[in-house]
Write a protein that binds this ligand. Structure first.
Ligand code: NAD
Length: 375
């Protein structure tokens, strides 16, 4: 199969669909790869690296879209990219269609087979192509928190690890899933005093085992949130209720009661945020202050460490990508129900129910089960 990798064009997006190492894997399986010039240059992957891995370099995105049978990207295609897609071509990338009627209509019109990373599943009810970005965001949350706790950056001037004779800073992680676990690991690594709140007792048991009692696990109640947030130097918001906007767990009064110069990092901001005072920020302008509490609410945290994020994403997307190239998209999906769950749009039909639930009425869409659409 001829696999194409265009350069990402969304503002400040430096990730790239395939690393040179991933290109080498596709080439080893007998595939041809065409990469747009400079596609990975911003994160240290030069055209020469791609050529050495077995790719050819195209001078324009138009050339990549015109030649390739499968397009591998990171972000959802922008309108001019959607217009370059065609029937018989496979698009493999993050799509997030439910809140995006414009993209949904353009993908329907393209006739292409569109597979969304975020809806591919695994045997443990997980979302394996979303998890690497949660790992990145979780680890970054503590790095960002530690940075903004410094006096010059608006914080209280607290060192999370403390020093001999001075107690460490207190980190409260609300939500002990993928983001929360990775945040706790980093905070523990820095020597902080870490507490995780979660509403799932089985999850709290797992966390207690994972951390061997080194972090405190506490059942998440209004009372616990009130008590632990008032004492915390850093609060990481990492809750998720699948398919719903995040619950507002810290309200204005909780924020007001926090220590001056404390930092809150709302990782769940991409789902609306779990603090009442949160509003989405960007890497260019990541923080603002409410009641002396520094708020970091970057909606696209992994973009800040685009090189690590690209490599982490490729580790997860590569096995499915190879299956799509080796077998052809249709057969690969029929052979693997988890990959089939990734199919959102095929030859003008919407095959993902949540997209029809969100946009069906306004766009006049009907739902076609993925298996039926592929017949
Ligand atoms: N900002 C970013 O760049 C970025 C990047 C990756 C993920 N995220 C977001 O981070 C959030 C967490 O993602 P995840 O992958 O860790 O999800 P996850 O499903 O692995 O974990 C969520 C956890 O929240 C817990 N929870 C639910 N309600 C709770 C409550 N009231 N109190 C305490 N815990 C509660 C759940 O039991 C679960 O353990 C999501 O909103 C995700 O979209 C944001």
């Amino acid at each position: 199969m001829l696999v194409g990798v265009p350069k990402e064009i969304k503002n400040h997006e430096y990730r790239v669909g395939l690393t040179p190492a991933a290109v080498k894997e596709f080439a080893a399986h007998g595939h041809n790869i065409v990469v747009e010039t400079q596609a990975g240059a911003a994160i240290g992957f030069s055209d020469e690296d791609y050529i050495a891995a077995g790719a050819t370099i195209a001078s324009t995105a138009q050339q990549v879209f015109a030649e390739a049978e499968m397009i591998v990207k990171v972000k959802e295609p922008q309108p001019n990219e959607c217009k370059m897609l065609r029937k018989g071509q496979t698009l493999y990338t993050y799509l997030h269609l439910a809140p995006d009627p414009v993209q949904t209509e353009l993908l329907i019109a393209s006739g292409a087979t569109c597979i969304a990373y975020e809806t591919v599943t695994d045997n443990r009810n997980g979302l394996p192509l979303l998890a690497p970005m949660s790992e990145v965001a979780g680890r970054m949350s503590v790095q960002a928190g530690a940075h903004y706790l410094e006096k010059a950056n608006g914080g209280s001037g607290t060192l999370l690890g403390g020093v001999p004779g001075v107690a460490p800073g207190k980190v409260l992680v609300i939500g002990g899933g993928v983001v929360g676990t990775n945040a706790a690991k980093m905070a523990l690594g820095l020597g902080a005093d870490v507490t995780i709140l979660d509403r799932s007792l089985p999850r709290l048991r797992q966390l207690d085992d994972i951390f061997n009692g080194q972090v405190k696990t506490v059942f998440s109640t209004v009372d616990a949130i009130e008590q632990y947030s008032a004492e915390a130097d850093l609060v990481v918001g990492a809750v998720l209720i699948p398919g719903a906007t995040a619950p507002k767990l810290l309200n204005k009064a909780h924020i007001k009661a926090m220590k001056p110069g404390a930092v809150v990092v709302d990782v769940a901001i991409d789902q609306g945020g779990c603090f009442e005072t949160s509003k989405a920020t960007t890497h260019q302008d990541p923080v603002y202050v409410v009641d002396d509490v520094v708020h970091y609410c970057v909606a696209n945290m992994p973009g800040g460490v685009a090189r690590t994020s690209t490599m982490a994403l490729n580790n997860a997307t590569l096995p499915f990508g190879l299956a799509l190239a080796n077998k052809g998209a249709k057969q690969a999906m029929l052979d693997d129900k988890h990959l089939l769950n990734g199919l959102n749009v095929h030859e003008g039909k919407v095959t993902y129910k949540a997209v029809v639930d969100a946009l069906g009425e306004s766009l006049g869409l009907t739902y076609t089960p993925a298996e039926e659409a592929l017949k």
